[in-house]
Design a protein around this ligand. Structure first.
Ligand code: ADP
Ligand code: MG
Length: 397
């Protein structure tokens, strides 16, 4: 996968109409549809402002939720246009469709320095099918395509990839940063490269484990997936999260790490509970055998010390997956301690994954990381080393 892609700075946009794919898939209040977190809109501002300053006419677009190819008024992007307009301090012209009469007329009339927003791209049935006819119609609105929706680059949809068949395509600043930092860490990492993998399931992280085994110097395992690894070593895991079907695989991964000379660190102690509940009491378990009536909920103090030591002299740390059930205060310590260790190391620190990013933010370490990937699913596929259609479609440098 080539991560060296042209950006808005490599192309002349002055006086041109630019179709800008943003990630405006914001969380909304279920009853009022009010935007509950405008982080993604704020994140899009640097690219939008740059384009407007350069004298481009910006035709922004995005999906929101899953309307499944139908017009669903509750999934209209109109509230995003309002918020975007407040943040930019200028009018954002809202189109009532994606490639229909209204969008076409408004795009045609749009002047340099002006911005409009198309309706939810997923109102169009062709969007998620990457229908070339829809892509062609979107492309016809503009002269240049800029993609800045990192959260959607793992999907080959009309607005994230298809449209690049018909227009010169470059990245905005958000995708540029993801490619530079995450792409750089995967393609040419500052070593030693330490990968910290946690979260709930082995099965959802197979691709990530496989890929990082090829490139990391050390792999650290935590979270719910460690019990499947414990089981592979013949330990008792009690009521812990266990994926029977993946025990053999976990064993193979440990063997593979050994063969490749990759250091694999597993927890040596943990915090367990008798029930999965926010007010469950935390019991220290020394060693990896979890009592029959308990489930492992977090890594323990010895493990924390071991893991903190392992990231101290790292050149790069890639972290995906919380170390424990961080949503419960009694079991957030492992994740907090690892976040703190990352905050204190001189290494390049990269956090990928939706829950991991949320955990780091919730625990107050967000501004201490080199980079927190803005794409949940996209950042996982990135770490898996998969080709991302929304990146592959951009012009190479
Ligand atoms: P990401 O979204 O960053 O890729 P995951 O979705 O894989 O991360 O995992 C996050 C979830 O893993 C969290 O909701 C957390 O509560 C859960 N988790 C972590 N440790 C455990 C554990 N020991 N038992 C059960 N769930 C766990
Ligand atoms: Mg998740």
């Amino acid at each position: 996968m080539n991560y060296n892609k042209k950006t808005v700075k490599d192309i002349d946009v002055a006086g041109k109409k630019v179709l800008l794919r943003c990630d405006f898939n914001v969380p909304q209040d279920k009853a009022t549809h009010a935007i509950t977190d405008d982080k993604r809109i704020r994140a899009a501002l640097p690219t939008i402002q740059y384009l407007l300053e350069q004298g481009a006419a910006v035709i922004a677009c995005s999906h929101l939720g899953k309307p499944k190819g139908e017009v669903k008024p509750e999934l209209s992007l109109a509230p995003v246009a309002v918020r975007l307009s407040e943040l930019l301090g200028k009018e954002v012209i809202m189109a009532s469709d994606v490639v229909g009469e209204d969008a076409t007329a408004k795009a045609a009339a749009l002047q340099p320095g002006q911005i409009m927003l198309l309706e939810n791209t997923r109102f169009e049935p062709g969007e998620t099918k990457n229908d070339p006819e829809l892509a062609k119609k979107m492309a016809a609105l503009a002269e240049v395509y800029v993609s800045d929706a990192f959260g959607a680059v793992h999907r080959a949809h009309a607005s994230t990839a298809g449209v690049a068949d018909y227009l010169p395509a470059v990245s905005g600043f958000l995708i540029q940063k993801e490619l530079e930092i995450m792409g750089g860490a995967l393609a040419n990492p500052k070593r030693p490269l330490v990968a910290i993998l946690g979260g709930s399931k082995v099965s959802s992280k197979i691709g990530v484990i496989n890929n990082l085994l090829e490139i990391a110097d050390t792999i650290i395992i935590g979270g719910g997936m460690c019990y499947t690894f414990f089981k592979a070593q013949g330990a008792n895991v009690g009521k812990s999260l266990l994926e029977e079907d993946w025990i053999e695989y976990a064993g193979q991964m440990m063997k593979k790490a050994e063969e490749k000379g990759v250091k694999m660190l597993l927890p040596v102690d943990g915090m367990a509970a008798t029930e999965f509940s926010p007010d469950a009491e935390a019991h220290l378990v020394d060693g990896i055998d979890i009592p029959e009536n308990m489930m492992g909920m977090d890594i323990g103090p010895k493990t924390i010390a071991l893991y903190a030591e392992a990231v101290k002299d790292a050149g790069t740390v890639i972290w995906n997956g919380p170390m424990g059930v961080f949503e419960f205060a009694n079991f957030a310590e492992g994740t907090r301690a690892v976040a703190k260790a990352l905050a204190e190391t001189n290494a390049i620190t990269i956090v990928g994954g939706g829950d991991s990013a949320a955990a780091v933010a919730q625990l107050g370490f967000a501004d201490k990381m080199t980079h927190i990937s803005t794409g949940g699913g996209a950042s996982l596929e990135f770490l898996e080393g998969k080709e991302l259609p929304g990146v592959a479609c951009l012009l190479d440098k």
